[in-house]
Ligand binder design. Sequence first.
Ligand SMILES: Nc1ncnc2c1ncn2[C@@H]1O[C@H](COP(=O)(O)OP(=O)(O)OP(=O)(O)O)[C@@H](O)[C@H]1O
Length: 287
Amino acid sequence: MNALLQGHTASTLNPAAFDTVLQVQKVSLEYRTPQRVVRATHEVSFEVDRADRFVLLGPSGCGKSTLLKAVAGFIEPVAGSIRLDGAQVREPGPDRIVVFQEFDQLPPWKTVKQNVMFPLLASRTLGREDAEERALHYLEKVGLAGFADAYPHTLSGGMKARVAIARALAMQPKILLMDEPFAALDALTRRKMQEELLQLWEEVRFTLLFVTHSIEEALIVGNRILLLSPHPGRVRAEINSHQFDLHSLGGVGFQQTAQRIHRLLFDEEVDSGQGAELGFHDIRIAY
Ligand SMILES: Nc1ncnc2c1ncn2[C@@H]1O[C@H](COP(=O)(O)OP(=O)(O)OP(=O)(O)O)[C@@H](O)[C@H]1O
């Protein structure tokens, strides 16, 4: 990999300064059908540090969801390795919880509280009493303490999203995996959920791996963004984006950065010298 460092990130200067949770090294992922082999990602590498909000960003079909599924342990790489706290990922486990966008997967016959308790009980992480206490704790964190006994069909889309997040956080995973979690929500609710996710992160400081194809969402949610090239996904660049949040929306710096990311994602002609031209202070362009 020919990499340009345009303003070194702290982690590249001193790897020991950060506590690395997830190491993805040269991971290639494929789908095999009787007719053909589809390569979803090619030699993708990145590292997620504890309490990072790390975003995988790229156009449709670049392999973001496939990467997330591989980290979750549902798909095995054909090459490369995935390590969580140093241990090779081989199968799904309660230390990695995935939140998908289909919140209607909440079992409708269970109350909100029972939904949040369910994985804790099923994985034998906690007994009933402790599971109930933990569930109520996280429901309170997402502002749904008053809805503990409600059934999912009585909730709005945003509330179901919050239940799904509470259910995932209650497991206290080493890393929370979110695959376009707000994509099915209307624009206003989506923005609210981004805000609430950031507030929750301020309180709980969980480690997040978040997939989106929205540049704006990536800049709001992430402190680091990995840009993936179109199919098959390869690492195009990594960007430090900790300076942006919802308050940055509409600002000149935010808009300019969004445009630069767009160029990095879609301009074929970007070469390794363009990091400086594009004005990023913390960017690593890879080929
Ligand atoms: N079950 C499957 N069988 C065969 N090919 C698949 C399967 N799932 C995904 N693919 C292919 O793998 C590639 C990566 O798909 P993936 O869903 O990971 O992309 P993505 O970046 O998450 O896209 P999107 O943003 O549209 O969800 C695509 O070319 C897709 O067609």
